[in-house]
Design a protein around this ligand. Structure first.
Ligand code: NAD
Ligand code: DAU
Length: 354
């Protein structure tokens, strides 16, 4: 193996955010070896990474974060000095239907990753090592009309998804305090951008508008989320990975709050223009449906610590980012066709098992 200055395992690198993080690290740091470890669940799509597939400093390894033997073998094979852990079950609606899947992957899987890292690095020395856990603002609960989540807001998770992420966050700091594992964590708000699986609000709405299908808005559509362009999340992860304090925690967000219904109207307007439809046409597809059980009312994140301590800030305004996102979906019809038909799940066998 070539002499790399750092060897980093990125878990969940075939997913939405993970693929953007892999791409950024592979291209920005040619002296690093980037190993993408992913189980390729329904959310993992190697077509997201076609452009980095042939790069000398990129490797894909199929594997499950719950598989202690496989993760240990990979540590021995590559001698990692860093882990950026994104692999997770990520969709709140799925967590309501199948909470145990979220406990297995998000809680047990994370503890397994922590444990293998601790075992391997205890033998090698913890100096220069880093376990980066990527978490969510949903661990803080739900806000009323005012206020923001800061890094010291007490945890108050309210869905099986956020409870599983909160639990994993606690284990990360428990491994830091008990075993001296060098960790860093970030809690980010809602991401949007290319390669987003069309079960989440923005890609679902774009896809349904294209196909003239109903746009299901939960409840009255007055729930509020803070939105961040996914490539900005990737640059935040880069900044925190390299400069974050050992044992530190950083909120990441866009200072960009929107009611769901306003986003859907904004998207309808953009899509009418792009698809040459009369103004107001796509909005006729809006359909108010039964609310998500326990639907958190408002998330708003205060990301000022990351800005003042590490100098990170988002690069894009929401309207600009949304326009770019719509353009990406409209010019990547094959991607969306493969994702909705399930064809993307054969890419690994076709490309890697030849
Ligand atoms: P995603 O669902 O798009 O991707 C998850 C990836 O993890 C997939 O590639 C999947 O194959 C992989 N994976 C799932 N279970 C695995 C297992 N057992 N072993 C190995 N790989 C497995 O998720 P995302 O939206 O990209 O989120 C990535 C991370 O960021 C998650 O930890 C999520 O909690 C966190 N996060 C997401 C958002 C958001 O808006 N999407 C915001 C803040 C934080
Ligand atoms: O806040 C960060 C979190 O954002 C991440 O940790 C999660 O992984 C990610 O999935 C996201 O969670 P949300 O539940 O906020 O995202 P989702 O896209 O599922 O929903 C956004 C809002 O839109 C939410 O208020 C529910 C609503 N919604 C969603 C869907 C899928 C609808 O009104 N209709 C829909 O069809």
């Amino acid at each position: 193996m070539a002499n790399y200055s750092k060897k980093i395992m990125i878990t969940g690198g075939a997913g939405f955010i993970g693929s953007h993080v892999v791409r950024l690290f592979v291209n920005k740091y040619p002296s690093y070896l980037i190993v993408n470890l992913d189980a390729l669940t329904y959310a993992g799509n190697l077509e997201n990474l076609k452009d980095v597939e042939g790069k000398a400093n990129y490797v894909f390894e199929k594997g499950d974060i719950l598989d202690e033997q496989r993760i240990t073998e990979l540590f021995e094979k590559y001698d990692f000095d860093g882990v950026i852990h994104l692999a997770a079950e990520s969709h709140v609606d799925r967590s309501i239907k199948d909470p145990l899947a979220f406990v297995r992957t998000n809680v047990l899987g994370t503890v397994n990753m922590l444990n293998v890292s601790k075992q391997y690095w205890s033998k090698k020395g913890m100096e220069g090592k880093r376990f980066y856990h990527v978490s969510t603002d949903e661990v803080y609960g739900s806000l009323g009309e005012t206020g923001f989540f800061t890094e010291t807001t007490p945890y108050d998770p309210r869905s099986p998804y956020s409870a599983s992420k909160a639990s994993s966050d606690h284990f990360v700091f428990a491994y830091h305090h008990t075993y001296g594992l060098p960790v860093v964590m970030s809690n980010c708000s809602n991401n949007y951008g290319s390669n987003h699986f069309p079960e989440k609000l923005i890609p679902l709405m774009i896809n349904n508008i294209v196909n003239n299908k109903p746009l299901p808005v939960y409840g009255k559509g007055d729930n509020v989320r803070d939105w961040l362009f996914v490539e900005d999340h990737a640059t935040a992860i880069d900044t925190i990975y390299h400069n974050g304090e050992n044992g530190g925690k950083y909120n990441v967000g866009g200072f960009n709050e929107w009611k769901n219904i306003d986003i859907v109207h904004l998207l309808c307007g953009i899509m009418d223009r792009k698809l040459n439809r009369p103004a107001g046409e796509s909005a006729k597809l809006i359909t108010f449906v039964k609310d998500r059980p326990g639907h958190d009312h408002r998330y708003a994140i205060d990301a000022s610590k990351l800005n003042t301590e590490l100098g990170w800030k988002p690069s894009l305004q929401f309207e600009e980012g949304l326009e770019k996102t719509v353009d990406w979906y409209l010019s990547n019809e094959e991607w969306i066709k493969h994702v909705t038909s399930g064809d993307y799940q054969h890419y690994y066998e076709e490309q890697y098992k030849k």
